[in-house]
Design a protein around this ligand. Structure first.
Ligand code: RB5
Length: 138
């Protein structure tokens, strides 16, 4: 895997982040680094800055529901963050939306499903075609 992949979570996503890091062993981890309570926008913004700075890179964000991270990350122009609930959605947010950030609901997704979503997100390319003009309209 040669593209840079950044990962970050708040305390509610910390356990899932630890598991994904252990499994994939190739992500650039931007914190948080414990179960101590933190504010998810701080980590969403930190990761968004890195994804925008590193062309072609991708990001993975995890909080409890995934909603806070999604809202915060999508405030950055150029970030297209998609909250997933299945591997199929993880595929479609790359193919159709050119999502550059995958958001996982850490408290509402099984470990195996999260791993499969991450793998699919990394392996899937943007289809462009009819989707290009739609993404450009954002
Ligand atoms: C933290 O308790 C929780 O609010 C946060 O992880 C997230 O779910 C917010 O959207």
């Amino acid at each position: 895997m040669n593209k840079k992949i950044f990962i970050a979570s708040d305390h509610a996503g910390y356990e899932m982040k630890t598991k994904l890091n252990k499994y994939f062993n190739s992500f650039i981890d931007l914190g948080t680094n414990s179960f101590e309570s933190v504010d998810y926008p701080d980590f969403a913004h930190k990761l968004s800055i890195e994804v925008l700075k590193n062309e072609g890179s991708l990001g993975i964000l995890i909080c409890g529901t995934g909603v806070g991270m999604s809202i915060a990350a999508n405030r950055s122009k150029g970030i297209r963050a998609g909250l997933v609930n299945s591997v199929e959605v993880a595929r479609l947010i790359r193919q159709h939306n050119d999502a550059n950030v995958l958001v996982i609901p850490g408290r509402f997704m099984k470990d195996e499903d999260a791993k499969n979503c991450v793998q699919m997100f990394i392996d899937t390319q943007f289809e462009a075609g009819r989707h290009k003009k739609r993404v450009e309209k954002i």
